[in-house]
Design a protein around this ligand. Structure first.
Ligand code: UDP
Length: 254
């Protein structure tokens, strides 16, 4: 599958929908190395816009999907439209549906103590046949990191859901990419909380209207500071996005 990318403020986002992203992830099992999957939203792309090292880290990913309506709109402004939002949680659900009929093993990393275990229980109920071979909470000290890597490697996991929140999870995956024996590591934020039934996802209506951010803001008003990244992102894409792309095109032509 050849995947086209759209350069959004320096971050090369794959133009894939949820189901294409899941197919791509399953194809990663055929190659014996770690593949990283991140789902940047507008806040993360703004972070990368201001931090070249972080932008490079994101661009090293094997799959970068558009999480959030802001990123989808940005792709439209840049005239390389992504067809739908491909959030980590939605991709994870599709991947779980595929995993349940295979031998591939999954490890869950992240969340407060007890969350990953509860997520494991709920997922095993919902996807009979799924092989979840280990869990670990996401509140550990740097000196515990190598022990956790050993635990993941010894579990024989082929895929790890890394749910430490952004940008910690992307940095964690990138930092450990040569140590992990799994074939796929996906940074998928608060998904374990949702799998564990501790946090509710916005109802479909809000998601379909592109208003999940508003739903989350009503439920978790303390997110307002983080959410201010969205209008800044929109303005920056409008002001710089096209110029950025034109510069890039002229560099390619030279
Ligand atoms: N988390 C964690 N370790 C930390 C900080 C956060 O495991 O040191 C978890 C937290 O419990 C939550 C997830 O990371 O489950 C972050 O969720 P959020 O919805 O904030 O994700 P984001 O929107 O940042 O992707």
């Amino acid at each position: 599958m050849i995947m086209d990318k759209v350069n959004i403020l320096g971050v090369n986002v794959d133009m894939v929908n949820i189901s294409e992203a899941a197919d791509k992830i399953v194809s990663f099992f055929e190659e014996d190395r770690l593949h990283s999957v991140y789902t940047p939203n507008s806040e993360i792309i703004m972070m990368a816009y201001r931090d070249a090292e972080f932008a490079e880290l994101l661009n090293r990913a094997d799959l970068l999907t558009a999480d959030g309506i802001g990123v989808v709109y940005a792709s439209k402004i840049l005239r390389k439209p992504i067809s739908e939002r491909a959030a980590g949680y939605d991709i994870a659900i599709k991947v779980l549906e595929k995993l349940k009929d295979t031998e591939h093993k999954l490890f869950l990393l992240g969340g407060k103590p007890g969350i990953a275990e509860e997520a494991k229980r709920k997922l095993e109920e919902k996807y009979p046949g799924i092989r979840i071979v280990g869990t670990h909470n996401g509140y550990f000290k740097p000196e515990e990191e190598s022990e956790i890597i050993d635990e993941i490697n010894n579990s024989g996991a082929d895929i790890v859901f890394v749910c430490l929140g952004a940008p910690a999870q992307e940095k964690w995956i990138d930092r450990n990419r040569d140590k992990l024996k799994a074939k796929v590591a996906m940074g998928i934020g608060g998904s374990l909380d949702v799998f564990a039934g501790k946090v509710e996802r916005a109802p479909d209506f809000w998601c379909n209207m592109g208003l999940e951010w508003l739903y989350r803001l009503i439920k978790e008003p303390w997110r307002i500071g983080r959410m201010m990244a969205l209008p800044k992102f929109g303005v920056t894409v409008l002001l710089k996005g096209r110029r950025y792309r034109e510069n890039l095109n002229s560099q390619i032509k030279k």
